[in-house]
Design a protein around this ligand. Structure first.
Ligand SMILES: [Mg+2]
Length: 261
């Protein structure tokens, strides 16, 4: 038993030596990294990734395609840990405080606009299988997930949704999903606990190819022309919130996994 093991050890050790000898791109490095050095590297990565996430949420990194490779674990920890939940709760609570501070006209024209994906419905189960944003977005794969209609609610958003409805806002859902996904979208929303919305607006054939900012601005323009007052808008993408006919107040939910222009 010992001889074969010894042979394997010598074999792999020789491979490592050969690799170092013939690969000119390997930088000289100490064989043993001190614990403190490892901790410093770890802290630096965390700081860099926190800085990256700040840039994402502040819309300073516009546009970006995927989570940087070195931040994959960081984003995963953020999404699965307490931090993401806390951030969602803060957005929901602050939105609720603002909503309650308004005096509605009572004519049924005061509206709150919600985006759907990563605003009302969570796609964490899908992104868990797709590297939490490390992979380039694959619309065909994502649509297969959407068709299952099993995305859970983001609970703090469901709380806000019920609050603004109880306060008397009309609730309009404005999503970049295609009109062909209307029935699965309705099914998923209802399964997740969302009910009684006043309008669900999806991309019609005339909207395909439009940037999200343009599509959503066009739809908000129609709302305003119909006499609605957009008092609140909740979305996980800046393209849900920016453009023309913007809401009186916009609330940005966190999303470090993907960016939609
Ligand atoms: Mg969204």
């Amino acid at each position: 038993m010992i001889l074969p093991r010894l042979f394997l050890f010598v074999f792999f050790f020789s491979l490592v030596l050969c690799n170092e000898q013939f690969n000119p791109h390997i930088l000289p490095r100490p064989l043993i990294l001190e614990t403190t050095q490892l901790r410093e590297v770890d802290n630096e990565v965390k700081l860099q990734c926190t800085s990256w996430r700040f840039g994402v949420e502040a819309n300073n990194l516009n546009p970006w395609k995927t989570v940087p490779l070195e931040c994959g674990e960081y984003v995963k920890d953020y999404m699965l840990g307490r931090a993401y939940s806390l951030d969602l709760e803060r957005v929901s609570n602050e939105s609720g405080v603002y909503a309650k501070s308004l005096k509605l006209s009572g004519d049924g024209k005061d509206i709150w606009v919600f985006d759907v994906d990563e605003t009302l419905l969570s796609h964490l189960p899908y992104y868990a299988d797709h590297g939490y944003g490390l992979e380039i977005f694959d619309p065909a794969e994502f649509n297969k997930w959407v068709d299952k209609a099993i995305a859970p609610a983001l609970e703090p958003s469901l709380k806000l949704y019920k609050e603004v409805m109880d306060l008397g806002f009309k609730v309009f859902l404005l999503t970049g999903r295609s009109e062909t996904q209307r029935s699965v979208t309705e099914e998923n929303l209802i399964n997740a606990g969302f009910q009684n919305w006043d309008k669900l607006i999806l991309r019609g054939s005339e909207d395909h190819g439009k940037l999200a900012t343009i599509f959503k601005s066009d739809k908000r323009s129609e709302m305003v022309k119909e006499g609605f007052r957009i008092l609140g808008n909740s979305g996980d993408q800046w393209s849900d919130l920016l453009g023309s006919f913007m809401s009186n107040r916009s609330f940005k939910l966190p999303n470090p996994m993907y960016y939609i222009l």
